[in-house]
Design a protein around this ligand. Structure first.
Ligand code: ATP
Length: 358
């Protein structure tokens, strides 16, 4: 029997609630499958850890995580701590420290879920947004000078490297090739950003020549928001920079019905370091501790994790179970218009897994 070790970092806010539900679901899948087992080790890193120790995770945190097959992450963010600290010292430290350069975000409308777009429903669109996850606008390069004086200046420099751009375009083209429509839309802003983004476009044109079977097109990021809303069926796989894709994927999550559904995989495709899987939503302090957070984003992320580990049957079984529950419509979390608690949604999905014929 194959055995996987998973590091669980629930983090802050509703992270603990959705990850604990996700771990229960993972154990139910392993029991149903019978051919693999999981050991899940929790790490209490995040805001409370920061308030006690002055850092979001211990200085040897990456060393500790290195030994795991995958990382299952909740959320980071706390009103008591500036956002750039919670983001940079935990999530980004792991993504960048392990070279998880491909951030993959599937989006579609699940059965039983209302899409906010008129006339669009389940099956009408099926997107995967590929976000460059290691550099670009999140490179952390820049600085402040003359602080407190009139001439104070703050700079964030976007960094695009040939190697970084080439590998994300290649990854996205490969992914597009593996999907039925073989269609990739490349998002850019090279009309306004005349250096890094022009290089981004040029490298795309070169790399796509190696994928003659993939149909490609190109959109400016501003026009892309309009196309996602007005013509969602025309899109399939999408590749964009770190910041552009961050914004587009929140829009995509809203179009799929709720931020509470959307999953993310931070992939290290070479598998020499662990990859990390997390719901897109943040810590949502407004609903923390109430037991009403939608856990579907964390379940879908667990399905991406199983796919990455090679457990494709279990990954598919989990998606089918989620869709059976949302499709039936009687047990729906509040953000999807129902009354069910996090626990009730988890129990319904676990029940669908146990009774699955797949
Ligand atoms: P952060 O600063 O950590 O990104 P946030 O609270 O500003 O977090 P999100 O957590 O991303 O932002 O979500 C915004 C709002 O969407 C929340 O305040 C919450 O009301 C709702 N929301 C997000 N995730 C969920 C969920 N899983 N279930 C139900 N509602 C959710």
């Amino acid at each position: 029997m194959t055995s996987y070790s998973i590091a669980a970092i629930p983090g802050d806010g509703i992270g603990g609630e959705v990850i604990s539900a996700g771990v229960d679901v993972l154990h139910a899948l392993a029991a149903k499958d019978g051919s693999f087992s999981l050991t899940v080790e929790p790490f209490a890193w995040g805001a409370d850890y920061y308030l006690e120790h002055g850092e979001m995770m211990p200085s040897d945190g990456l060393e500790i995580l290195k030994g795991y097959d995958a990382i299952y992450f909740g959320s980071a963010g706390d009103p008591r701590i500036p956002d750039h600290i919670t983001l940079w010292q935990l999530r980004l430290k792991i993504c960048q420290g392990f070279g998880q350069y491909a951030n993959v975000r599937p989006t579609r409308v699940l059965p039983g879920v209302d899409c906010p777009l008129k006339g669009v429903g389940p099956g009408d669109f099926d997107w995967v947004i590929v976000r460059e996850n290691s550099e670009g606008e999140y490179a952390g390069v820049g600085g402040r000078a003359h602080q407190g004086f009139d001439q104070e200046v703050g700079m964030d420099v976007s960094v695009f490297t040939r190697a970084g751009v080439e590998r994300i375009h290649r990854f996205a083209l490969d992914l597009a090739r593996s999907r039925p429509r073989k269609l990739l839309t490349m998002v850019t802003k090279s009309n306004a950003q005349r250096h890094g983004m022009v290089m981004w476009d040029e490298i795309f044109d070169r790399v796509k020549a190696d994928f003659p079977d993939v149909k490609t097109d190109r959109m400016l990021v501003d026009a892309m928001t309009t196309r996602m809303v007005l013509d969602p069926k025309s899109l399939d796989t999408i590749v964009a920079t770190n910041l552009h894709a961050d914004i587009l994927s929140d829009l995509a999550a809203a179009l799929s019905g709720s931020l509470g559904i959307a999953p993310t995989a931070n992939l290290r495709p070479e598998k020499d370091f662990p990859s990390m899987f997390e719901p897109i939503h943040g810590s949502a302090f407004d609903i923390m501790g109430k037991g009403i957070a939608n856990p579907i984003g964390s379940f879908w992320s667990a399905s991406l994790m199983l796919d990455h580990l090679g457990e494709h049957t279990a990954a598919r079984r989990l998606m089918t179970a989620i869709e059976r529950v949302t499709g039936a419509g009687s047990i729906m979390p509040r953000d999807l218009g129902g009354e069910a608690t996090t626990k009730e949604v988890a129990e319904a999905v676990i029940n669908a897994i146990r009774t699955s014929n797949e």
